[in-house]
Design a protein around this ligand. Structure first.
Ligand code: GAR
Length: 222
C-alpha cells in the first residue's frame, strides 16, 4: 500500500473544509496527514480547529511585507519546511503571485464555491441566483496563475430552489463541498490522480471532463 498523503492546508476563516479533512483522516476514510495549517489571518477560526486537533499552525499576516510576492515567498518558505506532497487551499482568500503558483504547479489545489468555469471570484451564490441558474455547485481545481481558472478536477452540484437567498444556498452547498474535497483528496491519497502538462490523469488515463460527485458521495460514471 502507498504511503500516507502529506498535506499543508491554508485557511483564511471559518475552516469548515479543514475540519472535514481532519474528520476524514480521523475516521480512516482518508489516508492523509495534515503536517501544518497556515493562515494569513491570525484570528482565523481554522487555526483554532487545527490547534484542537494537535496540528502545527502558522499565522503569517501580510502586513509589513513590501509586496504580494515577498509575502507569498515567505509563506511558501514556511510551507516548504514541512515538505508536503500537496497544498490545499481550503477557504484561503488571497490571490497568490505567479512565481509561487508556478513553483507548486500540479501540487496545489483549491476548492471554489461554483461550477467552474462559471463564477470565479467572490459572491458566487448571489451571482448564480441572480443569473437565474437552476443549479449551483463547487469545484476542486489545480491552482494556476489566473484566479479560479486552473484545470478542474471534480465538481458537485446542488439545486437552486425557489426562494433561495445566498445564505440558504451556501448552507445547502457547504456539506457537499466537504464531501467533494475529502473525496478528491482520497483519490490523491490512493495515488489515482496526477497532474501532467498534457492534462489531469485518473488511473493513468487523461480526464477529458471533471469528475462529478453524486448525492451518495460516489463518483458518477463518466
Ligand atoms: C468555502 O465555501 C470555500 O469554497 C470558499 O470559502 C469558503 C470557506 O469556508 N472558497 C473560496 O471562495 C475561494 N475562492 P470554510 O473556511 O468554512 O472552509
Amino acid at each position: 500500500m502507498s504511503a500516507t498523503l502529506s498535506l499543508a492546508v491554508l485557511v483564511s476563516g471559518r475552516g469548515s473544509n479543514l475540519q472535514a479533512i481532519i474528520d476524514a483522516c480521523r475516521s480512516g476514510r482518508l489516508r492523509a496527514k495534515i503536517l501544518a495549517v497556515l493562515s494569513d489571518r491570525i484570528e482565523a477560526e481554522g487555526l483554532r480547529r487545527a490547534e484542537a486537533a494537535g496540528i502545527p499552525t502558522i499565522a503569517l499576516a501580510p502586513r509589513g511585507y513590501p509586496s504580494r510576492r515577498a509575502y507569498d515567498e515567505a509563506l511558501f518558505a514556511r510551507i516548504s519546511s514541512f515538505a508536503p506532497e500537496l497544498v490545499v487551499l481550503a477557504g484561503f482568500m488571497r490571490v497568490l503571485s505567479a512565481p509561487v503558483v508556478e513553483a507548486w504547479a500540479g501540487r496545489m489545489i483549491n476548492i471554489h464555491p461554483s461550477l467552474l468555469p462559471k463564477y470565479p471570484g467572490l459572491q458566487t451564490h448571489r451571482r448564480a441566483i441572480e443569473a437565474g441558474d437552476r443549479e449551483h455547485g463547487a469545484s476542486v481545481h489545480f491552482v494556476s496563475a489566473e484566479v479560479d481558472a486552473g484545470p478542474v478536477i471534480a465538481r458537485v452540484r446542488v439545486p437552486i430552489l425557489p426562494g433561495d437567498d445566498p445564505e440558504t444556498l451556501a448552507a445547502r452547498l457547504l456539506p457537499r463541498e466537504h464531501a467533494l474535497l475529502t473525496a478528491t483528496l482520497a483519490l490523491f491519497a490512493e495515488r489515482r490522480l496526477e497532474w501532467r502538462p498534457a492534462g489531469i490523469h485518473l488511473d493513468g488515463c487523461i480526464l477529458d471532463r471533471p469528475l462529478e460527485l453524486g448525492a451518495d458521495d460516489r463518483w458518477l460514471p463518466a
